[in-house]
Design a protein around this ligand. Structure first.
Ligand code: PEP
Ligand code: MG
Length: 575
């Protein structure tokens, strides 16, 4: 038996077999081909080999898990046998390019087409095509392909790191949790684990060395503990804990329909963070009051080229229609930092988190930015859209972004396209400079949303991806509390509402302080919404506010945490 410790990033307990991921290198060069017939034979051989592999996996899944679970592999086989797709790849080869490039071009086109359809079945087809073409590419390149679509038993993924796009592809039916060597509480794979609502532990440093493929693993995502090859007794204890956790989650369901209101009648909004249109379902099924952050960069990931205006329009429209009149805050593209786009030539930077990311990049590449703005404006008539810009450091940046938006609005109106007249325009406060002059920004913004993941990283100068400095992720650090207070007061002075969409918004210890300070909107992973609503229902804002002076005298995050646990968690209507 072996016990490992890491950073607890997504609650819950998983008990399953270890699945160690080694990503294959599927890179290839586009080249010209003279003998196109020979190239087509190469393609057909790859298809035959991929089919044999898939049939074997499907048969295994059928015996082990039944017809329903085997259906996914049947769908993959159908893609491989699709004459239309094969014909198009062969036509591309006839133009004189190698099979790898032809396959890549055609599958990307199909994936793009299916992904934007407003139909879950079609979206699943896009995922099928993606998996199949990767498998086929591996065959063409003679590379071993440990792809997770052939998972046919419940596993816990063990990896160096999971890129956001890898995480987004994980199939929840089989992936019960994940463990990584690197990362911190606010790295994007951690955020996605919470969005998917699967337990996860990151930053273990050595998990890929210590855990063997196929070992039995217990993962406690609430405590950051991983136990490998546990005794029967320990396994039984965790099975019980898993049951208790699941029962508690069920109990919270009664808060689904209730308003988000404190014990003394103060209304707040508890919203969900999403990364793609499908995530809206979890926000709604957890009773979210709105979407407080749509991280649109995920629409740009896991593909080979920029999404078109039309593709984006459909994605935004889908979200807005599903959310109906509920507020939906869409953040414009926040790429850079730990989120790269393979197809966008981004220079290697010494300090990517301090570099050319988010609004900085968009204000440079205005063609790309304007495409997104147009898609958003066109979608605005389908719901209650609010737009916010990420990583604003100066008023000039904010004004410039607003100006571009206004120009696109005028262009659309001139061409007769309908645009909502009530879109609120806000910004994220995630850089200390903007927090300090939040009142100035609030004069020109309709709302502010505090992005604590970055605000903490920049204030404490601690890379949010680096597990060695993860102890500096301190949401209760007095400096952070002061900055948050400045932002809330600055916004309120100008009569504007202020939200928080960083992870701190769903943090049990921070919530009483944020409520006392008058935060208007709390936006978090969908899986935290009900818990937060239940917590706020027990708290009296007025009584909490009486403790603020004391809290702001405290000197360390630890002191704040102790104070809250001792005095504030129990302030409720009974007192
Ligand atoms: C943040 O920085 O708090 C935030 C919400 O943005 P992201 O985590 O996407 O950088
Ligand atoms: Mg951020």
């Amino acid at each position: 038996m072996l016990e490992l410790k890491g950073i607890a990033v997504s609650n819950g307990i998983a008990i399953a077999t270890a699945y160690c991921i080694i990503e294959p290198d599927l890179s290839f060069e586009k080249s010209s081909i003279q003998d196109t017939d020979k190239e087509k034979v190469r393609l057909r051989n790859a298809i035959v080999n991929a089919k044999v592999e898939l049939e074997e996996i499907r048969n295994q899944a059928k015996t082990k898990l039944g017809d329903e679970k085997a259906a996914i592999f049947q769908a993959h086989l159908l893609v491989l046998e699709d004459p239309e797709m094969l014909g198009m790849i062969e036509s591309k080869i006839d133009e004189g390019i190698n099979a790898e490039s032809a396959l890549d071009e055609i599958s990307t086109m199909f994936i793009g087409m299916f992904e934007t359809m407003n139909n879950d079945y079609m979206k699943e087809r896009a995922a099928d095509i993606r998996d199949v073409s990767k498998r086929l590419l591996a065959k063409l390149l003679n590379v071993e392909f440990p792809d997770y679509s052939h998972l046919n038993e419940e596993v816990i993924i063990i990896a160096e790191d999971l890129t956001p796009s890898m995480t987004a592809q994980l199939n929840k039916t089989y992936v019960k949790g994940f463990v990584t060597n690197i990362g911190g509480r606010t790295s994007h794979s951690a955020i996605l684990a919470r969005t998917m609502d699967i337990p996860a532990v990151v930053g273990t440093k050595t998990a890929t060395n210590d855990i063997l493929h196929g070992a039995s693993v217990i993962l406690d995502g609430s405590k950051g503990v991983i136990i490998v090859d546990a005794s029967d007794e320990i396994t039984a204890t965790y099975q019980l804990a898993q049951q208790v956790y699941n029962d508690e989650r069920k109990l919270l369901e009664r808060y689904k329909e209730s308003p988000s209101v404190s014990a003394d009648g103060y209304h707040v909004e508890i919203a969900g963070n999403i990364g793609k249109p499908a995530d809206v379902e979890a926000v709604l099924s957890n009773g979210g009051d709105g979407v407080g952050l749509f991280r649109t960069e995920f629409l740009y990931m896991d593909r080979e080229e920029l999404p078109t205006e039309e593709e984006q329009f459909i994605a935004y429209k889908t979200v807005l229609e599903k959310m109906k009149e509920k507020p939906t805050v869409v953040r414009t593209l926040d790429i850079g930092g730990d989120k790269e786009l393979s197809y966008l030539k981004m220079d290697k930077e010494m300090n990517p988190f301090l570099g050319h990311r988010a609004i900085r990049l968009c204000l440079d590449d205005t063609k790309m930015f304007r495409t997104q703005l147009r898609a958003l404006l066109r979608a605005s008539v389908y719901g209650n859209l609010k737009i916010m810009f990420p990583m604003i450091a100066t008023l000039e940046e904010f004004r410039q972004a607003k100006e571009l938006l206004e120009e696109e609005r005028q262009n659309l109106l001139v061409s007769g396209v309908k645009v909502s007249h009530t879109i609120e325009i806000g910004m994220m406060v995630e850089i200390p400079s903007s927090a300090v002059i939040a009142d100035k920004f609030a004069e020109e913004a309709d709302f502010l949303s505090i992005g604590t993941n970055d605000l903490i990283q920049y204030t404490l100068a601690a890379d949010r991806m680096n597990e060695k400095v993860s102890y500096l992720y301190q949401p209760y650090h007095p400096a952070i509390l002061r900055l948050v207070k400045m932002v809330i007061e600055g916004a309120h002075k100008e009569g504007k509402w202020v939200g928080m969409c960083g992870e701190m918004a769903g943090d049990e210890v921070a919530i009483p302080i944020l409520l006392a300070l008058g935060l208007d909107e709390f936006s978090m992973s969908a899986s935290s919404i009900l818990h937060t609503r239940a917590q706020i229902a027990q708290l009296s804002k007025e009584q909490l506010a009486q403790h603020l002076d004391e809290i702001f005298k405290l000197k360390t995050a630890n002191e704040v945490s102790k104070y809250v646990k001792l005095h504030l968690s129990s302030i409720n209507k009974q007192q």
